[in-house]
Design a protein around this ligand. Sequence first.
Ligand code: AMP
Ligand code: MG
Length: 518
Amino acid sequence: MSFSPSISGLSGSMAALAEALGTPREGTFAQLGNVFMTRLPAQPLSAPYVVGFSAGTAALLGFDASLAHDPAFAEFFSGNTTRDWPAEAMPYASVYSGHQFGVWAGQLGDGRALGLGEVAHDGARYELQLKGAGRTPYSRMGDGRAVLRSSIREYLCSEAMHHLGIPTTRALCVIGSDQPVRREEIETAAVVTRVAPSFIRFGHFEHFYSNDRVDALQALADHVIERFYPHCKEADDPYLALLNEAVLSTADLLAQWQAVGFCHGVMNTDNMSILGLTIDYGPFGFLDGFDAGYICNHSDSQGRYAYRMQPQIAYWNLFCLAQGLLPLLGQQHDESVRGEAAVKDAQGVLEGFKDRFAPALEQRMRAKLGLQTERPGDDVLANRLFEVMQANRADFTLTFRNLARVSKHDASGDAPVRDLFLDRAAFDVWVNDYRARLSEETLDDAERAIAMNRVNPKFILRNHLAETAIRRAREKDFSEVERLAAVLRRPFDEQPEHEAYAALPPDWASSLEVSCSS
Ligand code: AMP
Ligand code: MG
């Protein structure tokens, strides 16, 4: 069966893409059926146009850059063609629940996202999802839309994260429209097409747990195991093994976030991917001047999701996931002890978070400092750097990037990093100890610099860079979105022609506020 060419009159690569989406396949999320989702078309978006397009994401799906030039591209990825799709291919909004800011929020669900189905390419399968495609049965009070501002931010950041080597959903494109959307001010609507192996969240499990739907809970867990963690089937308790996979991938993800200074902003359980992907880019931010207590989300008045809180919040969220899986756990134990044994098993697996996270972060910190060997006291050295950075609000990204220029022999290369610290004397105390530590390493300065520059990015998505691209895009100049995206696709390269993108934020950036509103 292929539904598209005959129905929506597509041709060329768009027809091929639509056909790929319409190709029946075993084990798709959509096949889980209507307990999990509601099928419905997107709401029409007037006169859509292409704002951003990722050739890299298109390549994942087996398409090249010409895809975006197809006259039907913007219509297709605005969701406008979906009303003509046959029932069996209709997009779907999935239902999930979750804990928001530490409080049980009950049912949430895809309030503005629609799954389009899967595309298989090169042995991999990807689900496509439109975000901002209109109201669904899970929209609650929302309008089902996403604004241009947040859509550009999601597009840029998911591309940036991927190229930093951090697991994330990808973005294929941003489609804009002049259609007005009301937020604090009137803005315009946009739709991002996200691409990921799966969009299943912790909250999907919590949903069926809280609704006492053990059958659906099991179907969901079986789907994830079958598709992504088939080796779990061999375990004594496959569902405990699944929990363990979530614990390990989330711990790894958090180590990566912390090491690059990424703050998610809304680590609610419905924004946590079962595959350990970064998902749902809202009021995220990268650290500029180092502040462990940095809160990127203006709406997070308590600082629940502050930078330094993220690992323990991830652990808390995993706890919610474990609770959601509890009815499935411990089936290998004798009935009389099952409940208690399952809780114990889950607790044991959750403990594994700390065992995974701490060494993962330590290993990344060692690489960031350019240390190839492990010595007692390395953690103290790293922590002392953070203390001096904190006291001086030294720029996170530039501190680590410029540290590569410090020589193990003398202070000749100190200036670029030293100049980031107001209290030069405090920095000098630290850097002399650092130099002493470097002298115990066999790599020479040049070799160490190369290694460090591979892990310490020069370019990150600073708020003011996104803001500049957004302001231009509002005036219909989309060139800065793509220019910035291109810079962020090579975050570790020097790109001397793009020095301005690596600079400290300008003064006006300090007044930028990023809220939950998107
Ligand atoms: P978020 O904070 O973006 O992760 O969203 C939390 C929940 O609110 C999810 O169920 C979203 O689908 C829903 N939501 C957010 N914004 C909107 C909107 N404009 N219209 C409908 N639902 C929304
Ligand atoms: Mg969300």
